[in-house]
Design a protein around this ligand. Structure first.
Ligand code: FPP
Length: 240
């Protein structure tokens, strides 16, 4: 547990919009992929920070549905990075008893990436110390569309009455219904946007935006975000 943050104020679930890889590379006159490579090192750092702080869930926005419109070479590079990450970091997940899960339209990913993800997910499925969730081919609106389709199918089959649909029904049909909503959303590189990330789940999350670019976001920055969270007073719409 980090000494800087009192245990009771540690978020259970942190979600991160990892932005700024391209800008980091551009500032150094490097190809964008170099920024993503450096970003993958920050991913490793964030996983370690969560482990050390006792944070149970870490969700990383690694590839959005919108990212499919990027140049093919960049998409291929990101997919390659993902496979390298899974190959090189699987042992650390084992050592730390961290379970890997995916949220998003995983079926859209290249077969080799799906295979690598499925292998690590199956190998780590029993771990309970922490959960790393990679949002891949993920869109918040797409998730709500997919949930709505499944709810509509149940209504059509006669197993669900329209009047019985409430907020819990929606929550139960999201990609990972058993995962608690994020307590803290971190966004790097200064943009004040949600960018279609976890639209339902972020309703009451604390937001922390830093100008630091994702490749530079290491443990000292993570501790700053945790300290800011610890100073917040969550009201969930009430007055308390
Ligand atoms: C945003 O930066 C970042 C992404 C679209 C991809 C995130 C990917 C990684 C951090 C690397 C690999 C991930 C894993 C899980 C191993 P941007 O390209 O939009 O930056 P910009 O806004 O400065 O152009």
């Amino acid at each position: 547990m980090s000494a800087a943050v009192p245990p009771a104020s540690v978020p259970r679930h942190v979600a991160i919009i990892m932005d700024g890889n391209g800008r980091w590379a551009r500032q150094r006159k490097l190809p964008r992929l170099k920024g993503h490579e450096r970003g993958a090192e920050s991913v490793r750092s964030a996983i370690r920070s969560c482990r050390d702080a006792g944070i149970q869930y870490l969700t990383l926005y690694a590839f959005s549905v919108e990212n499919w419109s990027r140049p093919k070479a960049e998409i291929n590079g990101l997919m390659r990075l993902l496979r390298t990450f899974l190959r090189d970091r699987a042992q650390e997940l084992h050592d730390d008893h961290v379970r890997l899960r995916v949220t998003g339209r995983m079926q859209d990913l290249p077969a080799a990436v799906q295979k690598a993800l499925n292998r690590v997910m199956a190998d780590t499925a029993a771990y309970e110390r922490g959960t790393l969730i990679l949002a891949l081919s993920y869109g918040g609106r797409a998730e709500l569309v997919d949930a709505t389709r499944r709810i509509a199918a149940e209504v059509k089959a006669g197993t669900l009455a329209p009047d019985a649909i409430d907020e819990q029904t929606i929550a139960d049909h999201l990609y990972l219904p058993d995962v608690p909503d994020p307590d803290l959303l971190i966004r790097t590189s200064g943009e004040m946007r949600l960018s279609n990330f976890l639209l339902w789940q972020l309703s009451y999350s604390e937001l922390y935006v830093t100008d630091v670019l994702w490749p530079d976001f290491r443990d000292d920055e993570f501790q700053r975000a945790l300290a800011a969270y610890a100073g917040r007073h969550r009201r969930y719409g009430g007055l308390a």
